[in-house]
Design a protein around this ligand. Structure first.
Ligand code: MYR
Length: 131
């Protein structure tokens, strides 16, 4: 159900979230308009995601319930895993630099892909439309 090409349409509170993550104003301004595109392919428990944005292109592979490493465009390293709960993907990731937890979900809502983020009390959403 998550399969397909998803293009960022809008953000909700993403600037505040990035600020909480410690990202400076200039990078936040660029990240707010990063043209993020995700090509998601699920085969059973395995996901392949091709991520592309104005910052970079990156291929990610993970298996549900299995820990993997992921780095943000600014080099911040995370480790964690996605699990499926009902129709919702739930991710729990730990920052390697400070041990703090970032949680995220992906859900299909009215034909859109809604990704939510939480870090240290601040919530944000990024909403994607199918290309
Ligand atoms: C993936 O499934 O796309 C790879 C793993 C994603 C891990 C969580 C990503 C959090 C991204 C937060 C953006 C933060 C910008 C400050």
């Amino acid at each position: 159900a998550f399969n397909g090409t998803w293009k960022i349409d809008r953000n909700d509170n993403y600037d505040k979230f990035m600020e909480q993550m410690g990202i400076n104003l200039m990078k936040r301004k660029l990240a707010e308009h990063d043209n993020l595109k995700l090509i998601i392919e699920q085969n059973g428990d395995k996901f392949t995601i091709k991520e592309s944005s104005t910052f970079r292109s990156k291929d990610i592979e993970f298996t549900l319930g299995v820990q993997f490493d992921y780095s943000l465009a600014d080099g911040t390293e995370l480790t964690g895993a996605w699990v499926m709960e009902g129709d919702v993907l739930k991710g729990t990731f730990t920052r390697k630099d400070n041990g703090k937890i970032l949680t995220t979900t992906r859900a299909l809502v009215g034909g859109e892909l809604v990704q939510s983020y939480n870090y240290e009390g601040v919530d944000a959403k990024r909403i994607f439309k199918k290309a």
